[in-house]
Design a protein around this ligand. Structure first.
Ligand code: NI
Length: 269
């Protein structure tokens, strides 16, 4: 395994340990005959603090041979994102990193984000291990609820910290499923719940990208006050279409990503 594969492998181990439903779906695909499940992209969340913002996390991937490809604005959720692609190895997943625009929120959100980042040791800030380092701070349930009242994303980041938010199956590489619709039917038949915000399939062939995702599962999380159930991560599925030049589209559609973010919304499940 080369260095990049090791990084993604570690993130995958952590993701499937903390989100057992993703592993369950991965195994259902395998049982269905999928022996080579390719990731379209891996997504990360962070704060806009310059010590950990999009560019800071993106730098780790640039050092691994990635380059910046596009940027995206989410004015309603107050997020900003960039996507990165490997320069020479098209089998490597794309990387999608978003950060919360904390300055557009209350003083509480700004102070909590800063307090969280203040807890991270300098040596960890400069290491690629930061990407899977989880939380560096004690969790307080009252703070969690206050953050949740302002931003679901802020609350998620507070509870789960640095890890992959989700992995995404690259539907084009599957043998037994020809469409996102087929995957959705398969998952629903297995009793899984899909994110239906904006419809189960986000995007259209004309937009060159169709996506769907499961709803995040609740997992027990230890807070200062005791253990509470919190929604963690979802699994995503993406099918890409060729552009006018015949090349598969590799970007993201902000309007669709906006709805995918809602897979961790507390109120929708
Ligand atoms: Ni995604």
């Amino acid at each position: 395994m080369n260095k990049i594969e090791q990084v993604f492998d570690k993130l995958w181990q952590q993701y499937t340990e903390e989100s057992p439903e993703a592993l369950k779906i991965y195994n259902l695909f395998k049982e269905n005959g999928e022996d080579n499940i390719v990731n379209d992209h891996v997504a990360f969340r962070t704060f806009d603090d310059p010590r950990v913002d999009v560019d800071t996390l993106g730098k780790f991937f640039i050092e691994l041979g990635y380059e910046e490809k596009g940027d995206y604005h989410f004015p309603v959720k107050k997020l900003y994102a960039k996507h990165y692609e490997h320069k020479s190895d098209a089998t490597m997943p794309k990387v999608f990193i978003s950060h919360l625009l904390t300055k557009e929120f209350s003083a509480l959100v700004q102070e909590q984000a800063k307090a969280c980042v203040d807890q991270i040791a300098t040596s960890e800030l400069n290491s690629i291990g930061l990407l899977s380092s989880g939380v560096h701070w004690d969790l307080d349930y009252d703070v969690y609820q206050k953050l949740l009242a302002e931003s679901e994303y802020a609350a998620w980041m507070y509870v789960f910290g640095f890890r992959a938010n989700h992995f995404t199956v690259f539907v084009n590489h599957l043998k037994t499923f020809k469409s996102v619709e087929e995957i959705n039917q398969f998952l629903k038949a297995k009793g899984l719940t899909l994110n239906s915000s904006g419809g189960e399939i986000k995007g259209t062939p004309a937009e060159l990208l169709e996506q769907s995702s499961t709803m995040a599962n609740k997992v027990p999380v230890k807070f200062r006050q005791g253990t509470f159930e919190v929604l963690n991560s979802y699994y995503e599925f993406a099918r890409r279409y060729p552009d006018a030049s015949g090349k598969l589209y590799t970007g993201f559609i902000a309007a669709s990503a906006d709805k995918i973010f809602e897979s961790t919304n507390v109120g929708t499940k």
